[in-house]
Design a protein around this ligand. Sequence first.
Ligand SMILES: Nc1ncnc2c1ncn2[C@@H]1O[C@H](COP(=O)(O)OP(=O)(O)OP(=O)(O)O)[C@@H](O)[C@H]1O
Length: 634
Amino acid sequence: MQDKTKDPLPEEILQPIDTVELSALRAIMEGTAKATGEDFFCALVSNLCLATGVANAFIAEFAETKTRVRTLAFWMDGQFIHNQEWDLEGTPCEVVLRGQLCHYPSNVWKQFPKEEGIESYLGVPLQDTEGGILGHLALFDKRTMPSEPRLLFTFQIFAARAAAELSRIRAIEQLRESEERFRDLFDEAPIAYVHEDLESRFISANRAAMRILGITPEQVPGMVGISLVPKTPEAQQRVQEAFKSIGKGTDTSGVVLELSRKDNGKPIWIQWWSKPDPSGHYTRTMFVDITDRILMEQEQARLQAQNQYLREEIKSANNFDEVVGRSVAIQSLLDNVRRVAATDASVLIQGESGTGKELIARAIHSASKRHKNPLIKVNCAALPSGLIESELFGHEKGAFTGAIAKRIGRFELADGGTIFLDEIGEIPLDIQVKLLRVLQEREFERVGGQTPIKVDVRIIAATNRNLLYEVAEKTFREDLYYRLNVFPLTTPPLRDRLEDIPLLAYFLIEKYAPRIGKKIDGISEKSMRRLQAYHWPGNIRELENVIERAIILADSDIIEVDPDMLSGRTEAANIIGVPNDASFEAVTRQHILAVLEQTNWVIEGANGAAQILNLQPSTLRYRMKKLGLAKTSH
Ligand SMILES: Nc1ncnc2c1ncn2[C@@H]1O[C@H](COP(=O)(O)OP(=O)(O)OP(=O)(O)O)[C@@H](O)[C@H]1O
């Protein structure tokens, strides 16, 4: 300390006058009462100096290491100066920061040559409640200090307050840091977290949750979680179960919930856990997105259902998909089949029963680019009207009484392939609307479901009814008719291509003889003439039945067709080939009647009329009803 001209500090600091101490104490108290944080430190150092008359004071904390300190507030010669940082070594502060009160009334500069110009120093450590050193509070001056400053006690009180304030600031900082760390973890966690109130209103949601649910940060407050649950009975039931499980802590595997994304309504599946907040007013929910897994499982279920369908199809398939016929009528039909097969256009095949509509549908599918995917057939006449919708579009579990499990509909089975809607004219009007939507948008919902299902399916429909007539009668929707009828095809009745009969007869012998286990070489000339003279109301299906029966009855390797095998008609009448009432309905009626009489009105079973007519018993019953055929009615 170069300057030796130092005035001693005011005498009263040495005198035991309580009023001085008290007024200093009050002044410092008043000066610091309202301040917190950095303001408190500033108020403290300035008021300490003002009250004690010491020129300089500072509060410091450890810098990055325990060997350095930096000030939090620094009062010097009547004003604040910028905060400073210094190494403790060789300073009076070093001892203070080891936890000791240090008082050098004079000659500081001698003991600590670094402290040039400083005569006196008083330092008190700032300690937390556990005795850890946080920093120190110090006064120093160019002048000497009394050796036992009276305000030491006051000084210690405020050092304790400063320590408490410093601890508080540190705690706040730690809390902020930990909150930040928590927020980062919360925000960046791969698992979705949502904090909801008891009405399922979101309070906060992390990034994963927002990404999975398709919501923006602005949409989070007030977003109602259950509004994302589709209205299907199944989804609603699941969410109820999920709510019941909250806080039970028994289910560690989580509840699988179906939701619709907020932004685009796409279905998502989540695995969900939730527990109540300790306050009981909130729930803390976390979930993971398992949509990919569920979609995979659904695809697996679809493929399983498709396999099952195809296995049954294979059992019933005749494996003879060849369209036989050299007639102009059949050749021009096949030309059109080839042409339309190359496109994805909907096809409407019209023609009498048994003329090969299904065969043509199969031929189109086989020649199309979809041939590697399945052709799924739906016989609309064979289905009770109440079940058609669920058969076509599937249904969700619980969609109606009896819907015990989820069912995948024929449209889903046919995805990527072709659907063949046989007897399309039988579809009730309300289902026609839904069908129209599939044709237009390639999209539908399962019965009891709300999630639109997209499919890539080519539609081929067939009917033996005059659909234009049905349109005029308003039993078939006109818009649907035109949508289906993009490429109309008509299968000619067998009576219009009698020249194909020999070829067909030989084809059918080859098809059935091995099945029946007989070696047949041909058909007698007389029988062939008989076949060509007949008018074939049941078309090729009837021819098939006749040949099959003839093979069964054959005594030699040449089959014979007796007149009584042809629906009991006389040859003379058949040569003309046209019955009195030649309308399709009349002929069908007559034919079915003949078979029914032959079976003694037995419909089902091995020798039943349905088997002979190659129809499903339900289809036959339906037709009988339409044609007004009952045992007593003829
Ligand atoms: N041109 C053909 N060549 C060979 N077999 C044929 C031909 N046309 C039809 N068939 C056979 O006749 C039977 C009846 O044909 P298909 O079931 O395709 O007729 P359909 O018009 O769909 O009948 P329905 O209207 O009663 O459903 C089938 O066994 C089929 O294989």
